[in-house]
Each structure stands twice: as structure tokens, then as C-alpha cells.
Design a protein around this ligand. Sequence first.
Ligand code: HEC
Length: 300
Amino acid sequence: MYKNLKIGTKFNLLLILVFIISIVVSGTALSSLLQQRAQNEVAAKALILIKTMNSVRKYTQERVNPLVAPRLETEPVFIPETVPAFSATEVFENLRRNEEYKNFLYKEATLNPTNLRDKADSFETQIVERFRNNPKLQEIADFRNVPEGKVFYIARPLAVTQQSCLRCHSTPDVAPKSQLTTYGPNNGFNWKLNEIVAAQIISVPSQEVFNNAQQTWVWIMGLLIGIFAIIVVLINFLIKKTVIQRIRRIEKIAQKVSTGDMNAEFNDDYKDEIGGLAAAFNRMKYSLKIAMEMLNQHSQ
Ligand code: HEC
């Protein structure tokens, strides 16, 4: 089978085989590289956001709280600006007003929250429970599918770390009156010291980043296939011009010489292998001519 194939076909088969193997190998390698980069990109975004939110919390705790705390006793309604959870949530809401961040989410998802907007949904409850069951677990980071597409989330446990938290989160009778007026006596109490009560969860949309990665992949693969196609065409042209056509010519002349046409010339003035072959054929033709002439003289 292989022996019956023409040189050009053989070359093409080999080229196409190499082509397919390299496309498949480089395609899968590139795909996983781009996926990895996309993942890192979203993870980095989520990480910087969660760190920013923690800075906001810290600022509120250290700078705002001392200033506002005395007023909690005297004001009729609670001043939520003193609560780190509130300031972080509000700052993030401001960020989300920008079109490009509107699908980002930040939540201090709490099993028994003071403000009901912080109530953990079923997915978030599972995360908080995981932190509660495994106090060593410091972070959960993963992708999940929501109706808007794929998102990446980072969750960290929030624990009641200080005795001072229990002023407002243990029993209603020790909480500031203003807190009870604003939030009522039913939510956000009975927390214990060192108990994990919530999970700080940041969620970053990743569908677009992955779509971009896929688009980049399609572009690069298209480019590679295009370049390979040009290479195959060029190599074919080159083989035809420099090898096949010249061999065919030599074959034709050899055919003529073999039927007695001693005037046919193997003229190929290239100095390469085929040129050498043509020159050798020419010498053979002259030897043949001389031998024939001697034979003719003898027979006369
Ligand atoms: C002065 C009272 C007060 C103190 C002290 C206080 N909190 Fe709160 N906390 C609140 C109020 C009120 C809210 C609800 C704020 C809002 O409207 O978002 C809240 C909200 C939270 C939330 C978000 C979930 C929820 O309940 O809505 C977390 C988590 C939280 N607090 C943890 C703590 C921790 C941890 C400490 C101690 C470091 C602490 N709090 C100290 C009053 C307090």
C-alpha cells in the first residue's frame, strides 16, 4: 500500500499526521494554560476584594466605632455606621453601582443575623456549617454555577472573637435600647464567644473571563491551522518544483533513450542530487552510444 503511493502523497500524509498531532497537543496544552490563567485572574480579583472589605471592617472597628459608640446609648435609633459588617456591606453596595461590578457580591452570610439582609441562604448556610464543623478550615474557594453564569467565590469564617461583641449579640436586655428599636429583640442574639456565626463570602462573576479565554483559544488555534495550511501548500509547491517535476523529466528522457533516441539530452543544470543523477544518466547515455557504435562497426 505505502509502496504504491506517490512521493507527493507520502509527504502530504506525513505532514498531515504531524499537523494533526501538533494541533491536538498544542490545543489541549493551550486550553489548560488559558483556563488556569482565567482561574488565577478571577481568584486574584476575589482575593483583593475580600482583603479590601476586611480593611473597611478594620477601619470601622478602630476609627469609627470609638467615635460613635457613646451615641448608641442616647440616640433613639441605632447608628449602623458603627458596625463593621454594615460598613463593609454598604461600601460594597457602592462598588456594585458601577456597571462592571453589578454582578459581584459581598455578604456576611449569618445563620441568625441582626439585619435580615445578612441571612444566609441555603448554599451559604452549608458553608457556615462547614466552618462550624471544622474550626481549622480558614477558607473555602471554588466555582459555582448561578443563573447569571459561572462565579468564583471565596468564603472565610467570621467568629465572635471578643467579649465586647456580646454586648449587642448575646441577650436583648444588655443590648443598647436603640438597637432593639431598630432591629427588634428577635434577631442576632444568643451568639457565644468564639462561635463561628457567619461566613464572609465574596463572589466574582467568571463567565466572561472564561469566555474570553475560549475566544483567545479559538483565535490562536485558527492562526495555527492557517499557518500550517500555508506551510503544507508551500512544501507541496517546493517538492513539486524541485523534485517531482525534474524526476518526471528525467524519466521521460530515459524513456526516449531506451527506445533508441540518442539525441535526447538529460539537461538539468542544478548541482544538487537530481542534477547529479541527470549528469550520470548523460554519461551512461554516451557510454551506451559508444558501445552501440563499436558493436555496429564489428558487425559490419
Ligand atoms: C453596638 C452593638 C454591636 C456590637 C458591639 C457588635 N455588633 Fe455586630 N452587629 C450589630 C448590629 C446592629 C448589626 C446589624 C447591622 C446592619 O444593619 O447591617 C450587626 C451585624 C453584625 C454582623 C452581620 C450579620 C448580622 O447580624 O446582620 C456580624 C457578622 C457581626 N455583627 C459580628 C459582630 C462581631 C464579631 C462583633 C464583635 C467584634 C460585633 N458584631 C459587635 C451590633 C453590634
